[in-house]
Design a protein around this ligand. Sequence first.
Ligand SMILES: [Zn+2]
Length: 281
Amino acid sequence: MATLSCDIPESLSWALEQRFQATREDTSTFVSRVLLRALSKPVHTLFQVSTSRALVQGVYQEAVSSTRLLGHGDFGLGTFDELDGEMVVLDGIVYQVRSDGTVHHIDGDVGTPFATVLFFSPGEDVQLQSLESFAALCAVCDQHRASQNIFYAFRVDGVFSHVHTRAMHKQQSGVSLKTAAGRQPEFHFNDIEGTLVGFWSPQYVGSVDIPGYHFHFLSKDRTKGGHVLECAGADIRLQIEIVKEFHLSLPDTEEFLQADLTVDLSKDLSAAEGNHSERKS
Ligand SMILES: [Zn+2]
């Protein structure tokens, strides 16, 4: 994160202080949100690359570059060309969690066949003493969702007593997501500080996005991560953003243009992208 320091009139400073006391929103979040609006960056708008139905069918070639992706958001998740690991976008940086468990900071340009990002601008900020499980996290998030019909973004920071993740193995295009998910390595981390990056999407977008909750993890030291299967922790900060705008970017690759996307593969999507371990199901 960059640090911004500047002089402003006393009267404005006083007004800002009043606002912070009233809303409990921190300065960084507020200034980022105002700057995004002033600089014409889309606010509360999900940018989605390709569709979950194409991903389930094995359409794994680049649809959008990571540089373009960052033009549409600083927070999100997805995967990479040929399903080469899990993507976490946090504070404007793209991280790749590979199947050997290593985490790479992407500073060049790489491709993604499927990703969801936005400029994170939370409207709610809550503190939780503890979280017993992934189900408990979902239950808390449920309490802060007033609708089943719009999108939500969640950022969860804290100290996790346990995080269980997986990371996809690189695959050739055409291997179905369900088959690919059956070969994914899983990881267990204990007593680890970090961030969960996640979304909740409505059921009706099941052929485009991944319905329900979907979280990826990144440790504070940026060396561990993955698609979250289970977690527990304490001293948790949960930030929530309501999202009502949706921008879908469709690939113009031959692979996507010729794919048969008429088949409903929602069960395969749920099996591959759900938060359960493939070995347990
Ligand atoms: Zn995932």
